[in-house]
Write a protein that binds this ligand. Structure first.
Ligand code: S3P
Length: 434
């Protein structure tokens, strides 16, 4: 475990090429493994989570070759037959996406596998994928608490289902859609709110028939064509720098080539609603599968906002840094409908309440909401990332926002940033001006 010290910043101005998108990289690896033939992936995420997906696929006998820093080639044999039973437990590390999506893939094979992860992943709810995959005919067990380790015994042909998911979750939706490739008919998932549709876009790119109507998506079973894909930059990684730039008039950050999937752009809507200037150059898929844009954010005097409903879903991973930013905005920021934050790598509502209070920020929480009142001159503090990558980075942004002369903020467990963004601290340093 490493500790980082972040000192107050006098100005932020510059450009960062953030690494490839983590969500898309997981999916590209999984679909490349299922397609018949050779797939090439460029600008893949260097996240430890994505390495977990690649390692699990290899453990299931898939030929996955990496060309560091960011390229992969994979050979797949086809849906239902590319993977074989691993000899050892599949270690999903810290990655919920690896565990849930891989469970969906394995459900449609004749493999027997045990999926496990670190202490954080073992705490996270898995019934949300166990129930639909069981309904489709896979034998799948979790612990009595509904958590990992998961034991999956798949079936080459599953039953098609129409599944009403109680939670908006792209991981749950994706697990069901991936299992649906092996079903005996079309499989439909209906969500309470629309979530990121990376899986649907990539499946369509591979020649699978996918019908989307808002929060309802149907997939037709079938084989996948191999592909070549350049993964766009990760908006969830750029979010930390964009939020920092937003916080003060005269500060600016530009991130070129970032994915702007509509299921992910809530952070841009929030920054704009708070008063920052958000410029987008591009944003059209232009023949690609995912929209990509150069994003520039210029700071302003911010004001508090309400984040609720589908907007909460569209910025779910960015809420820690948004909450930090809210401490610099005039008035009250309310984050509502955010109960899912308690099911992430940590209980992110509890983490925010503890950390923000140490920073001197008034905040209140309920089961599914957080209220922050600003603006507050932050107090340098010693903060714990608690193994959660988003906090290793959100607390760094807080440290940068401490007024000049306020001393360094100490972040314990800062190495957790590598779960999604190994180069975060050096990229942050590159933006700081005197
Ligand atoms: C993800 C979906 C979201 C998100 C996670 C990545 C994905 O999780 O928070 O970081 O890649 O599908 P849920 O599906 O649990 O909402």
């Amino acid at each position: 475990m490493t500790t980082e010290r972040v000192s107050p910043v006098s100005r932020v101005d510059g450009e960062v090429m953030v690494p490839g998108d983590k969500s898309i990289s997981h999916r590209a690896l999984l679909l490349g493994a299922l397609a018949r033939g050779r797939t090439y992936i460029g600008n893949a995420s260097p996240a430890a989570d994505v390495l977990s997906t690649a390692a699990c696929l290899r453990a299931c006998g898939v030929w996955v070759r990496d060309f560091p820093p960011a390229r992969y080639a994979l050979d797949g044999a086809g849906v239902g037959v590319s993977l074989r039973s691993p000899e050892a437990v599949l270690d999903c590390g810290n990655s919920g996406t690896t565990m849930r999506l891989l469970a969906g893939v394995l459900a449609g094979t004749e493999c027997v596998a045990i999926l496990d992860g670190d202490a954080s992943l073992r705490r996270r709810p898995m019934r949300r994928v166990v129930d639909p995959l069981r309904a489709m005919g896979a034998a799948i067990d979790a612990s009595p608490e509904g958590t990992a380790p998961l034991r999956v015994q798949g079936r080459r042909t599953l039953q098609s289902v129409t599944w009403q998911s109680p939670v908006p979750s792209a991981q749950v939706k994706s697990a069901i859609l991936l299992a649906g490739l092996s079903a005996d008919g079309p499989t439909t998932v209906i969500e309470p709110a629309m979530t990121r549709d990376h899986t649907e876009r990539l499946l369509a790119m591979c020649g699978v028939t996918v019908e989307s109507h808002g929060p309802q998506v149907t997939i037709h079973p079938g084989q996948l064509e191999p592909f070549g894909l350049r993964v766009p930059g990760d908006l969830s990684s750029a979010a930390f720098f964009l939020a920092l730039a937003a916080s003060r008039p005269g500060w600016r950050v530009r991130c070129p080539g970032v994915g702007v999937n509509p299921g992910r752009t809530g952070i841009l809507d929030v920054l704009e609603a708070m008063g920052a200037a958000v410029g987008l150059d591009g944003g059209d898929p232009a023949g690609g599968v995912e929209p990509v844009a150069d994003i520039e954010v210029c700071g302003a005097q911010l004001h508090g906002v309400t984040i609720a409903g589908s907007l909460t879903v569209r910025c779910i991973d960015e809420l820690p840094v948004i909450a930090v930013l809210a401490s610099q905005a005039h008035g009250v920021t309310e984050i509502r409908d955010a109960g899912e934050l308690r099911n992430k790598e940590t209980d992110r509502i509890a983490m925010l309440e503890t950390g923000l209070r140490l920073l001197g920020v008034p905040c209140e929480s309920t089961a599914d909401a957080l209220t922050i009142t600003g603006p507050v001159p932050l107090r340098a503090a010693r903060l714990d990332a608690a193994g959660d990558h988003r906090f290793a980075m959100a607390w760094a942004i807080a440290g940068a926002l401490v007024p000049a002369g306020g001393g360094a903020t100490v972040i314990d467990g800062a190495d957790a940033a590598a779960v999604s963004y190994p180069g975060f601290f050096s990229d942050l340093a590159s933006l700081l001006r005197s």
